[in-house]
Design a protein around this ligand. Structure first.
Ligand SMILES: Nc1ncnc2c1ncn2[C@@H]1O[C@H](COP(=O)(O)OP(=O)(O)OP(=O)(O)O)[C@@H](O)[C@H]1O
Length: 539
């Protein structure tokens, strides 16, 4: 996995939904903490399975990644395109205020250093109480630092940040021009395609095509002009990059420069994009819905449903005949016969409707697809057909999936890696085989033990979790699972465990994760001593 390219890097993602105040006496706004600090990476070409009980925040996570919700906090870095490609506005805002940003960052760092110094003098018990406060201050300081160094790297140590700012801003302006001109070029290309097609049709039927040919020539000439402008801007951008590299050269040997430069990052922070910028990326990032019945507009034909996105994202113009051929090709790839083009959703079975949903998403050539319970509403036999279709398409189109499901056997079959979610946080993350063979978190153990088996020889205990899943409005302090965990100790009630790597690629967020003997011991004690047994032999 280390060799793989990261497509999405999510750090401390939070998605809080505000609750309506029920009375004017309510002073503070309460929030449903659907995602409460999720950090993980999704690699290009993998299927990342996400499992957890209903209501733990899986769908919210998938939708927040796609920015269908405006995320409350955290970074969602996307590496499918470069910053120069998109030239987003937030980059400009940081680059033009570098000196002020640096001052703010230093203040936050000082605040954290003060808190940390105080923290080190505390007793172990007091440390548990102040742990989260210290973590928050660290996060704020780190975020402010990362915002800058991800863009300018080691140049943060420069004495003349105004000059650095000016140089980067010139580069940014040229990148934004190139982006706009590329947009204009693809619009011209769309028009030219329509006229080229009209010329072909007219020539074929022996009609006069001279006016179409003239229009086509005009468009081609404008396109050549546009391409020349883009080439010229690209050259200018190259020169600016060269000037930036020359500036870097001065500091190359400085140890602090090297340390900071390590953080340079060409990813796009999705959470900071505005509506227009996100729309430009929307075709890269697609969603396949759970419910094939309600996710399709009953008043549109399959052709219109699949074509809608193609028109919105300017793949084709409305009157371009080639769109119909493309839609039929995509339908065929998704196992739908081309003659179904003019049918309405109610004329299809559940499995076929899900195929329409898949075709609608994949027609846009996405890079990343969130499959939210994509097969849960289907019969088992149809489920396997749709899963196989998704796997085939993934290979063919080099897709990356986030596969959300409550069905562990489906996730096991389709996923390369699996993340286990509990009450808005990831409690365990590992390669699929590893998580099934060696679950480390008590919650994962319980989930896996609940999978029904037909193997007569396998003696399996079902771990029954007592109590309900706590409210995401007031989640328990410390480890969120401690209220249902048979192994919980005092530290679990106070301090939030970090997601740590316990073996290569296997991460777990549990204070007792590494000491399996202690876990085994406490399990025995809890079974023997507690009046009601938490485990039950499967009949
Ligand atoms: N738009 C919203 N506004 C307010 N609360 C929401 C919203 N969407 C989800 N929630 C709440 O966030 C929590 C997580 O919901 P989510 O749908 O993400 O869970 P899930 O794990 O996908 O569940 P399921 O498997 O049942 O779909 C729930 O408590 C839910 O009520």
């Amino acid at each position: 996995m280390e060799q793989k390219k990261v497509l999405l890097r999510i750090s401390n993602l939070k998605q809080y939904f505000p609750l309506k105040k029920t009375s004017f006496k309510d002073k503070e706004t309460l929030y449903v903490k659907a995602n409460d600090g999720i950090s993980l990476e999704i690699y290009e070409g993998e299927t990342f399975g996400l499992v957890g009980e209903s209501g733990c925040g899986k769908s919210t996570f998938g939708r927040t990644l796609l920015q269908l919700y405006h995320q409350t906090d955290g970074k969602t870095m996307y590496y499918g395109r470069s910053l120069d490609d998109l030239a987003p506005r937030y980059v400009q805002d940081i680059l033009k205020n570098l000196p002020q940003r640096k001052t703010e960052m230093e203040k936050l760092r000082e605040k954290y250093a003060k808190l940390d110094a105080e923290y080190q003098t505390l007793s172990e018990e007091e440390k548990i109480h102040r742990h989260d406060e210290r973590e928050l201050a660290k996060k704020e300081a780190d975020d402010a630092f990362l915002d800058i160094v991800q863009l300018i790297g080691g140049l943060l140590i420069s004495d003349d940040l105004e000059a650095v700012s000016a140089l980067f801003m010139e580069g940014y302006r040229i990148a934004a021009e190139i982006r706009d001109k590329r947009g204009e070029l693809s619009e011209l290309q769309l028009d030219a395609d329509v006229f080229a097609d009209a010329v072909k049709q007219r020539d074929k039927s022996g009609k006069d095509a001279s006016s179409q040919k003239r229009r086509l020539r005009e468009l081609q000439a404008r396109m050549e002009g546009k391409k020349a402008e883009i080439r010229e801007r690209e050259k200018a951008l190259g020169e600016k990059k060269f000037a930036i590299e020359a500036l870097r050269e001065q500091y190359r040997e400085d140890p602090q420069y090297k340390e900071y430069d390590h953080y340079r990052d060409d990813g796009i922070d999705l959470a900071k994009l505005n509506y227009r910028e996100m729309r430009m990326l929307r075709k890269d990032l697609q969603l396949i819905f759970q419910d094939p019945y309600s996710s399709l507009n009953p008043r549109m034909t399959v052709g219109q449903i699949i074509g809608e996105g193609l028109l919105a994202h300017r793949f084709y113009k409305k009157d371009d005949d080639r769109m119909q051929n493309y839609v039929m090709k995509v339908m065929e790839e998704c196992g739908l016969a081309p003659y179904m083009l003019h049918r309405y959703p109610h004329q299809f079975s559940g499995g076929q409707r899900q195929r329409i949903g898949i075709a609608r998403s994949l027609a846009l050539n996405p890079k990343f697809v969130v499959c939210d319970e994509a097969v849960s509403a289907l019969d088992v036999s149809i489920q396997s057909q749709v899963i196989n279709l998704l796997l085939d398409l993934k290979e063919k189109e080099h897709l990356t999936y986030l596969f959300i499901s409550h069905d562990l056997s489906v996730v096991k079959y389709i996923s390369d890696r699996i993340g286990v979610m509990y009450l808005g946080v990831i409690v365990e993350l590992a390669p699929a085989a590893d998580i099934f063979a060696h679950p480390r978190h008590p919650y994962t153990e319980a989930l896996l033990s609940a999978i029904p088996t037909t193997d007569q020889g396998e003696k399996k205990e079902t771990i029954l979790l007592t109590g309900d899943i706590p409210s995401p409005v007031k989640p328990p302090k410390g480890c969120k699972f401690h209220t249902r965990c048979p192994y919980a100790t005092q530290i679990c009630k106070e301090a939030t465990p970090s997601l740590l790597e316990v073996s290569p690629g296997h991460f777990v967020a549990c204070h007792h994760r590494s000491d399996t003997d202690v876990l085994a011991m406490s399990r025995k004690v809890s079974v023997q001593n507690q009046g009601k047994s938490r485990r039950k032999e499967e009949e």
